[in-house]
Design a protein around this ligand. Structure first.
Ligand code: SF4
Length: 177
């Protein structure tokens, strides 16, 4: 049976044999013009500062900082700088999306596969402090395995300094549970 468009998109983003996923390159993207923090993992992981503090013109947003700080036993200000990975594929096109259109496709020339172990081990080497690892997109809900493999790897390696966060847009069944 011919795979559906969604299955084909998934297949282009994941390699189950070596547990790897295709990430978008951020270094030379248009999006990078709005990124003021360092870009890690050779250009494939951006740092985003989440602030849980109430702004004058915006609601207070405790996520993911407050639950992460609680779980990791540290102060909120120590985990505000989350490491954000962007899956190079999305089946949706929100009008407000800030990701380069090319980075919403696995065909983006700079996108590349990373093994889960490579991602985690490299980021661990680059940080002595606790951090939030944000699995984002693209549409990270296309690959439920990504979250599962990441949690399994962190658990197997007994890494205590990482809090795993997955972004989703509530369009998938698995994120309802
Ligand atoms: S789901 Fe996310 S990545 Fe996809 S188009 Fe919407 S905002 Fe962009």
């Amino acid at each position: 049976m011919k795979p559906s468009c969604l299955e084909a998109l998934r297949d282009a983003l994941i390699n189950t044999a070596d547990k790897s996923v295709k990430l978008a390159s951020l270094g030379d993207s248009v999006q990078s013009q709005d990124i003021s923090n360092d870009i890690l993992l050779d250009g494939y992981c951006r740092i985003h500062t989440f602030s849980e503090e109430k702004k004058e013109d915006w609601i207070a947003d405790p996520l993911p900082t407050i639950p992460a700080a609680k779980a990791l036993g540290c102060r909120p200000d120590q985990v505000r700088n989350a490491r954000v990975l962007q899956l190079s594929g999305c089946n949706i096109r929100c009008w407000y999306c800030f990701v380069d259109d090319s980075n919403l496709s696995p065909k983006s020339p700079k996108s590349r596969f990373f093994a889960i172990s490579e991602i985690i081990d490299t980021l661990m080497l680059q940080s002595q402090n606790p951090f939030v690892l944000d699995l984002s997109g693209g549409n990270s809900a296309l690959l439920p395995e990504w979250t599962l493999w990441t949690v399994q790897y962190v658990k197997d390696k007994n890494y205590k300094n990482i809090y795993i966060w997955t972004d989703d847009n509530l369009d998938s069944v698995y994120t309802r549970y």
